[in-house]
Design a protein around this ligand. Sequence first.
Ligand code: BG6
Length: 369
Amino acid sequence: EKDGYSSFMLKEINEQPSAVEQTLMGRLDQHGNLMLDELRIDESILRAVDKIVVVACGTAAYAGQVAKYAIEHWCRIPTEVELAHEFRYRDPIVNEKTLVVAFSQSGETMDTLMAVRHAREQGAKVVSICNTNGSTIPRESDAVIYTHAGPEIAVASTKAFLSQIAAAYLLGLYLAQLRGTKFADEVRDVLRELQEVPAKIQSVLDAADEVKDLARRMSTAESVLFLGRHVGYPVALEGALKLKEIAYIHAEGFAAGELKHGPIALVEEGQPVFVIVPSPRGRDSLHAKVVSNIQEVRARGAITIVIAEEGDDAVVPYANEVIRVPQTPVLLAPLLTTVPLQLFACELADSKGYDVDQPRNLAKSVTVE
Ligand code: BG6
């Protein structure tokens, strides 16, 4: 049932083009408007939402962090992302105008479920983004957007992560359309770009051998750092989490802008540092800033592994290794840049002889507090 792959995790990484495709499928009506029929919450309530709070744990929370950038940009609704177990215990400000979005692959994570209950008790509406039909969190939510990633067996989440981002983007675009913060043709443009993402993920997967080779060469690393800005920041956190979870390597993700406020002190000769580089076609000077971050760590002896768009030559002089991803709009980049990090962790853990699918001390779904 692993379809010839050495692990479920590797199989699931390879299923990501179809997982994202299935999640996006059949969303346009005959006028080209985005439909989200399952969002069975009164439109007047959705128009009145003045705050969105994402609650989740682990990888799902990082998907929420990615979605925050897109939702705030498209909808102009303040969006917070909070670990479900922190949210519950801090007397959060939640009311009838708050839309709580619970991300959960399994739909059974106890902390996330408790956060959902707490939010509804305060009068908030709850939408869940979930991969498991009929599980508890969707049953206790006001509405559910299912990700159609198919069953995820490996403990470390991969295809569910990308599908959660895709589903959250649909939600964000739908709210933007409903509230008029983005015009229909702008929403359609993003949707058109989203439709192209599965084929782009496939092209990242087609180049997996390079990443695997790198992972084998780095299998003695004792610590790995990950840097990113904007949506690349949660991708860095997710890359570090994957490595901790399955390869048991100390790994940390940082916002690249924080480097000089602390993390750069960790960098010494031979320290591997992954850097997720935003598109040079994006706005502002984000790309240039990240390139100078690569320079800064390289100057202190880091081995820099750079994930950059095809055609981005500015990174080459400072990169020990460059992993290429196809060009895509800035907000969609996490759907591509995460993939090499998953492959890296999976191959590195495998090369150490670890059980990639069943890492020590971890469970697929944590149904206790
Ligand atoms: C963890 C899993 O325990 O729970 C992670 O090992 C997952 O992979 C997290 O991201 C949250 O799970 P769920 O099912 O709520 O998305």
